[in-house]
Design a protein. Structure first.
Length: 507
């Protein structure tokens, strides 16, 4: 176990790796009383996030100005919190940014396999390995990866760093997110960042202390005895960990999409201008002309005319105005005369996704070839999969701490809805030449190893379906005149795609 301790940053003073020396009486005070054992067991069956019997403390965010954002980006280490808050605000306020993050998160199917690692196959006992492997599979399945891990990826893409701690009991593993404003990365162990926590957090949020693992209570009590040196304490690994999108900068968090904040602000401003323009287009004005006779006298008494004008004006709706004039007035219109406003919004939308490094075609803004779109998606998928591999490293570090799973590793497959067919065919071909890829193939079509074992046992040993069902006839076993199979979009050249769309091959 190699551990790299990082130097302290300027705004995270006194970060230390603390071994808390607890006296016997204090240790005894931390143990649950016998009469509370039942309550403790009940509490551990679920993770309580908020005590609704007490006053709720909800965070609030507001829109920073362009100048403030520019200042924060120039000095991200000092303004880490402000940049994070700005990204959370825009995530809530902008449907475009939220959709961008959700699109990137959706590029991973979270399909995985568990495989033996560093096992001497010449001396290993198959029964022992089988039992350990099954325990490892059962442990990983309790993590509910497809439910919990997209949330981790969302935080990483939005804020750069996810800080978490693991709760484990018999039939469930839950990852609790730690407050980012009170966390920092202090060391790296087995290529996974460790977290140091600012325990002054519980001075303000003391009600939340029971909602954290016992380790937090122990170290908070130690901090209360030495508030100077034990404010920042490193949490125990592998239960606590950090996942960072920008792993090349570990000292502070820099949101991956901080650079598109200006484009997001432009889009919001253009929409506001368009709304104002639309409102102006609905305005109308009534002009009541008060004429004069040939001698220059008013044709109607001025006071009387004013009285009638005021009565008419009081009955008009909000978007229609009126004026009483002694002279001719040219027609005033606010009608839409061009599409410049709409074009600006479209341009701002395209600029937003261009700055983010993804194709705007995904969000239906232009009509390029589907082949180019698929290639763009593959580039996006490679970006998110780098973060997925970091999550994989954190899981494997956790597995190493378990006696039965230390010789196994988890591997995520680089599969999404856009390349699932391609990957499944790749693994299927590997199986046909005898490569050990059956688990990979099953995972690529959505069947995990636990499900694979269970379904195989059910279909073969219990229901005997393999003896009851005859394989379906395919084009490989019968003749036909259907012609050459149609290629997928990502297999076509631009000319071939144009031919397909123009139906040039039809008779």
């Amino acid at each position: 176990m190699v551990k790299i301790v990082l130097p302290n940053t300027e705004n995270k003073e006194n970060i230390t790796n603390v071994e808390v020396d607890l006296n016997d009486s204090y240790k005894e005070s931390l143990k649950p009383k016998l009469q509370d054992t039942a309550n403790f067991t009940s509490m551990m069956s679920k993770l309580v996030l908020r005590d609704l019997t007490k006053t709720k403390k909800n965070p609030s965010f507001y829109k920073y100005t362009r100048d403030q954002i520019a200042t924060y980006i120039k000095d991200p280490a000092t303004n880490e919190k402000q940049l994070r808050d700005a990204m959370i605000y825009i995530y809530n306020a902008s449907s475009h940014f939220r959709r961008l993050i959700q699109y990137l998160v959706g590029l991973t199917y979270w399909q995985y396999v568990i495989y033996p690692d560093k096992i001497d196959v010449t001396t290993a006992n198959p029964d022992t390995i089988r039992k350990q492997w099954q325990k490892t599979i059962n442990l990983v399945s309790t993590m509910d990866i497809k439910s919990q891990f997209p949330n981790i990826l969302t935080v990483c893409l939005r804020e750069d760093t996810f800080y978490g701690t693991i709760w484990q009991w018999n039939d469930n593993i839950t990852i609790q997110q730690l407050p980012s404003d009170y966390c920092t990365i202090s060391s790296i162990q087995n290529n996974v960042p460790n977290v140091s926590f600012d325990f002054s957090y519980f001075n303000t949020y003391s009600d939340y202390l029971p909602l954290y693992p016992t380790e937090f209570e122990q170290k908070y009590r130690a901090y209360q005895r030495d508030t100077t040196n034990l404010r920042w304490q490193e949490l125990d690994s592998p239960n606590s960990f950090a996942i960072k999108a920008n792993s090349d900068i570990l000292a502070y968090s820099v949101p991956p999409f901080a650079g598109i904040l200006e484009d997001l602000y432009n889009l919001i401003d253009y929409k506001s201008l368009q709304m104002t323009k639309t409102e102006l287009e609905n305005y109308a004005m009534l002009v009541i002309k008060l004429g004069k006779d040939k001698d220059g006298a008013w044709e109607l008494d001025f006071d009387k005319a004013t009285e009638y004008w005021q009565k008419i004006d009081s009955q008009l709706p909000d978007l229609i105005g009126s004026v009483l004039s002694p002279m001719a007035v040219d027609k005033i219109t606010f009608d839409k005369t061009s599409t410049v406003g709409d074009d600006k919004i479209v341009q701002a939308q395209n600029a937003l996704f261009s700055s983010a490094g993804v194709s705007s075609q995904i969000f239906n803004f232009d009509n390029s070839s589907s082949n180019a779109l698929l290639q763009s998606i593959k580039a996006d998928q490679s970006m998110t999969f780098e973060i997925v591999k970091k999550i994989e490293a954190a899981i494997n570090r956790y597995l190493m701490s378990q006696s039965f799973s230390k010789n196994f590793k988890l591997m995520f497959l680089d599969i999404s809805r856009y390349n699932q067919k391609e990957k499944a065919e790749e693994f299927y071909k590997a199986c046909t030449v005898g490569a050990p890829a059956i688990s990979l193939y099953c995972a690529s079509i959505g069947i995990g190893q636990n499900e694979m074992n269970g379904l195989s046992f059910l279909e073969s040993d219990i229901l005997n379906l393999r003896d009851k069902f005859v394989p379906l006839k395919t084009s490989h076993t019968q003749s036909g005149d259907g012609g050459r199979p149609e290629k997928d979009a990502d297999e076509l050249t631009d000319e071939g795609e144009a031919t397909k769309e123009g139906e040039k091959n039809e008779l």
